[in-house]
Design a protein around this ligand. Structure first.
Ligand SMILES: [Zn+2]
Length: 364
């Protein structure tokens, strides 16, 4: 049944085919990048080199390395930021990174990674080891300009004022007067969150005022039962089967302390420190370790059916990268590491790189 399920998903999701073609391309690009260790560049920051001067890694670099190459993993020069280390809000590209892995590491959707690199970043261009990325603030959306769009049409699309987009220094629009801004197709813009009455008043009062059949939680409770559940496998799953079932179990016994919203695209499940955290579905551990961007000690599992789950603020990790884990297998324990004010599990489900509401997929 697993294969049937995956075929159905493939039919429904042409994105998976794209990912198949696109991801190896990015991996190859990252491998090229691994042969090249230039000095760090601050992209998108004031005074950054224009795009025409940005070094683009080319295949020739593989056969003709720089005269004095720095081996990957060597202690960087004192002037270089430490590769793979960073601080909240700053991410330094490290060997093996792809846009996909960077999105996981900095806690944004795949489509939002360009807004950590630069307004004129071309996703076809490989990331370069040592590049310094500036993580967009929470709640910001990344928009890629399409032909014919103006600041006014983009602003209207996100229900913000054009002046709000203009005021974001990162967008680099302030060289032109507000009423004469011209946008270039392919340009990336950081869109600030809309200033609606609901959000100005805070999320909790807003959600309490929503009619029960339109609030996110009510909608879930009222959703009719589906017939999509598949029967269990006819035979035991081989230990090396790296695919998930598409059904997610609650990763920890606890209580929901924060729901999913525009600036928190995850759920927080509070539980006593040390409570075991389980894999929500079968998959491969692609990340297990420390994260500087606020996740603290975290685990990322790729279920290889478009879905990826992320478990943050752990106190202990019991799995290693590359390990295949079963659904329900203990992978760590609840803690409060990283940007956390008390013991809880921050749990994300990403569907083709986009953080979706886990409550829509968790088995009730
Ligand atoms: Zn959280």
């Amino acid at each position: 049944m697993c294969c049937f399920w995956r075929q159905r998903r493939n039919l429904r999701r042409p994105g998976r085919l794209l990912r198949r073609a696109w991801l190896p391309a990015m991996v190859a690009a990252a491998l090229w990048a691994g042969c090249w260790l230039p000095g760090p560049r601050v992209l998108g920051a004031p005074g950054a080199a224009p795009l025409s001067q940005v070094i683009i890694v080319s295949p020739e670099d593989i056969t003709t390395p720089a005269p004095t190459p720095s081996p990957v993993g060597a202690t960087p020069a004192p002037t270089s930021p430490p590769v793979g280390k960073g601080q909240a809000g700053i991410y330094v590209v490290r060997p093996g990174d792809t846009l996909w892995s960077v999105a996981l590491e900095i806690g944004v959707d795949l489509a939002e990674v360009p807004c950590a690199v630069g307004p004129h970043f071309d996703p076809a261009q490989p990331l370069v080891i040592g590049d310094v990325l500036h993580v967009p603030p929470p709640g910001f959306t990344c928009h890629t300009v399409e032909a014919g769009e103006t600041l006014a049409t983009v602003a209207a699309r996100y229900a913000v004022d054009p002046a709000q987009i203009y005021a974001v220094a990162w967008n680099g629009l302030q060289a032109q007067p507000l009423d004469a801004v011209t946008l270039v197709p392919g340009q990336h813009l950081r869109i600030p969150p809309p200033r609606t009455a609901a959000e100005a008043a805070g999320f909790l009062p807003w959600i309490l005022q929503q009619p029960i059949n339109t609030s996110p939680f009510g909608a879930i409770a009222l959703r009719p039962p589906t017939n999509r559940r598949v029967e269990g496998p006819a035979a035991p799953i081989p230990a090396d089967w790296p695919y998930g079932s598409g059904y997610f179990i609650w990763p920890v016994y606890g209580w929901l302390s924060q729901g999913y919203r525009y600036d928190h695209r995850a759920v927080d499940i509070a539980a006593p420190a040390g409570t075991f955290v389980m894999a929500a579905d079968r998959g491969v551990v692609v990340r297990a370790g420390w994260n500087d961007q606020g996740y603290g000690r975290f685990v990322v599992i790729d279920h290889n059916i478009d879905y990826v789950t992320l478990y943050a603020h752990l106190t202990e990790i019991f799995v290693q990268e590359g390990e295949i884990v079963a659904q329900g297998q203990v992978i760590g324990s609840v803690g409060s590491t990283g940007n956390s004010t008390g013991p809880h599990l921050h749990f994300e489900i990403r569907d083709f790189g986009r953080r979706i509401n886990p409550l829509e997929l968790l088995v009730r």
